[in-house]
Write a protein that binds this ligand. Structure first.
Ligand SMILES: *Cc1c(COP(=O)(O)O)cnc(C)c1O
Length: 354
């Protein structure tokens, strides 16, 4: 059967998503979801869509969202393109800029989807390793034959660390191609690269409603880039890549900035408790600007700790990056969830259970 399949696809590993356990009692800290319910404003938006009915096709460009988000972020709608989650946006951008035999650059360790998207295009993916302090070498901005797109998750996953916008601006000047700054977690960070887009056609910023707006189940994301690039990317997307419900819900959600500020403040406060709690148990935890932390222990195996936590009803993400090392990525849940996670961890680390 497989003789019909393109060799690039046969060679793909396929993305292995974080576990989604059925048991609701499991404390789920493995996929960076928001522990709080989304704004109640989405209720009315859903009812309104149902009142109008779903028999018509949705707005192909999601104009309602483009206008609302544009007002809030200070951009004209022509600078915004919406997607079925920001993964859809990453796919659209890769298809728009990268042809077969050409290439993308990405940091390592980072979001694995970038490699997959390059492979699907039949393009090379050049991984540039983070330094031990989670900075990137200058080589990240070097020109290279065939280089067509650079990905930068900022804040990065799994570290939660940020490359300062000043540095990104300098890189963009040196690079021969656009840099797509994936800001899936930027609402939890102190700085972001949105302003750079205004001044450089080489900086594009993608955002997601999955994490900060607590809407991972909805699938909505968007990209901000200069209008002439948005126009080209719009040609590549599915005609109706966002459905009527998701457009209405996303528009209502981004409209409630008070909800975002309150939720962000809670998560940032809990992030501090998690970081300090893990450090007091002897973990090496880099300061995070996202809704998760990256935890490494010099004495205990990350895999054994992951298993031990799971047996105690706490699910975190065990990550193993060949050539870099392994560790635990822990999502910032509610205070209660993090307390239980820390207690289970303490039992293992200090109780000699592991
Ligand atoms: C979660 C995540 C995304 C994808 O977000 P969706 O909008 O749910 O598709 C993109 N980039 C990074 C780095 C992420 O962690």
């Amino acid at each position: 059967m497989s003789q019909y399949v393109r060799p690039e696809i046969l060679a793909l590993q396929g993305y292995v998503p974080g576990e989604q356990p059925k048991d609701p009692r499991i404390i789920k800290l493995n996929t960076n979801e928001n522990p709080y319910p989304p704004t109640e404003a989405i209720q009315g938006a859903i009812e309104e869509v149902l009142r109008r009915g779903l028999q018509r096709y949705p707005d192909p460009m999601a104009e309602a969202f483009r206008h609302r988000a544009g007002e809030l972020l200070g951009f004209e709608p022509s600078w915004i393109l919406c997607g079925n989650g920001s993964d859809d946006i990453l796919t659209i951008a890769t298809r728009t800029f990268v042809g077969s035999g050409q290439g993308v650059r990405l940091p390592y360790p980072s979001y694995i989807l970038y490699n997959t998207l390059a492979a699907i295009q039949g393009a090379y993916a050049e991984e540039v390793f983070f330094e031990k302090d989670w900075s990137l070498p200058e080589q990240f901005a070097a020109a290279r034959e065939g280089l067509r797109l650079v990905f930068l998750a900022n804040p990065n996953s799994p570290s939660g660390t940020v490359v300062p916008p000043k540095v990104v601006a300098q890189w963009a000047e040196r690079l021969p191609c656009p840099i797509l700054v994936d800001e899936a977690y930027a609402d939890f960070a102190d700085e972001n690269c949105l302003e750079l887009v205004r001044h450089s056609e080489k900086v594009m910023v993608s955002r997601s409603l999955s994490k900060s707006y607590a809407l991972a189940g909805l699938r909505f994301g968007f990209i901000v880039a200069q209008p002439h690039l948005i126009e080209q990317m719009a040609k590549v997307k599915d005609s109706y890549n966002c459905d009527a419900l998701s457009i209405a819900v996303a528009t209502a959600a981004i409209g409630d900035q008070n909800w975002l500020a309150r939720t962000r403040a809670k998560i940032v406060a809990t992030r501090r408790r998690l970081t300090e709690g893990m450090r007091s148990l002897g973990f090496d935890v880099v300061d995070s600007q996202a809704n998760f932390t990256w935890n490494v222990h010099s004495h205990f195996s990350a895999k054994a700790l992951y298993q031990g936590l799971k047996e105690r009803g706490v699910l975190v993400r065990y990550m193993d990056y060949p050539g870099w090392g392994d560790g635990l990525r822990i999502t910032v849940g509610t205070d209660d969830q993090i307390e239980l996670c820390l207690a289970a961890m303490k039992e293992m680390v200090q109780g000699g259970v592991i």
